[in-house]
Design a binder for this molecule. Structure first.
Ligand SMILES: [Zn+2]
Ligand SMILES: [Zn+2]
Length: 263
């Protein structure tokens, strides 16, 4: 299984998960032209894309949804709450093929098994996803205000996790964001901080997970080196060493160098 994080930040999110025959998209915070460009940069065929899974309805996850679905003629999988919201607000074309996905009920597409889990976020009904193929498991978990026991349980056994590390607490305090927005980000239904990501990673390492990709970084309230260093330093205090006990990278805002991760 290959993971291609096409874009990842508070501005736009889209990840492609594939094997030689099938590709699945997670989120569409990216227009179709950009998607085509990034797929061709990585020598990926559009024809292999079989479906798109939407975590939730916020713009950074759906801005390109209508154009992508229309051009690729693929079905959308999302929670009932997300689908209802998208239909109510005319965010998807009425002719779109829509499927509700619920936690505890896997979806099968070719050789892939997709399991959804609930995430705490200020949206209609947000989800994270675990995707399994060929006995490997990739999980994507972003837009979470706090770590729940369900999240911990679902992420265990993953071979690779794209985990939110949205903001640095101190940078957020001095950022130009209005106070209500800062409160929203910090809230239990907002986003995960670098410190919170570090604590979850520690827990996951102790439960057998050893490969992580930090993602959904804020470009205002965070920086790739800062996120990495925060997690690495926290884990050094816990006697866990990078490249020995675990592997850690940051997903690029836009993956211009077509960095792929094989799982
Ligand atoms: Zn969101
Ligand atoms: Zn988001």
């Amino acid at each position: 299984m290959i993971i291609y994080p096409i874009c990842s930040s508070s501005k736009g999110n889209c990840t492609c998960v594939c094997n030689e025959n099938t590709a699945l998209l997670i989120d569409a915070g990216f227009g179709i032209r950009n998607l085509y460009k990034y797929l061709s940069n990585a020598n990926f065929s559009n024809k292999n894309i079989k479906a798109i899974f939407v975590t939730h309805e916020h713009t950074d996850h759906i801005s390109g949804l209508c154009s992508i679905v229309k051009n690729l003629c693929i079905p959308i999988f999302a929670s009932k709450g997300t689908i209802n919201y998208l239909l109510d607000k005319n965010k998807i074309c009425p002719e779109s093929e829509l499927y509700e996905i619920t936690p505890h009920k896997p979806i099968y597409i070719d050789d892939f098994e997709i399991n959804a889990f609930s995430t705490p976020h200020d949206s209609a009904e947000s989800l994270g996803f675990c995707i399994q193929n060929n006995n490997k498991k990739f999980s994507i978990c972003t837009d979470i205000g706090h770590v729940t026991s369900i999240i911990k349980e679902k992420l265990i056994d993953s071979n690779f996790i794209l985990l939110e590390s949205n903001y640095d607490y101190n940078l957020l305090q001095i950022s130009p964001y209005p106070n209500h927005l800062k409160r929203r980000i910090i809230s239990k239904l907002g986003h995960l901080s670098n410190d919170d990501a570090a604590k979850l990673i520690e827990y996951l390492i102790h439960n057998g997970v050893n490969r992580f990709l930090l993602g959904h970084l804020s470009q205002i309230n965070n920086a790739p080196d800062l996120a990495l260093q925060t997690v690495i330093s926290y884990l050094i205090d816990k006697k866990l060493k990078i490249n020995k006990d675990y592997l850690l990278n940051v997903a690029p805002v836009r993956n211009k160098n077509s960095i792929l991760y094989e799982v």
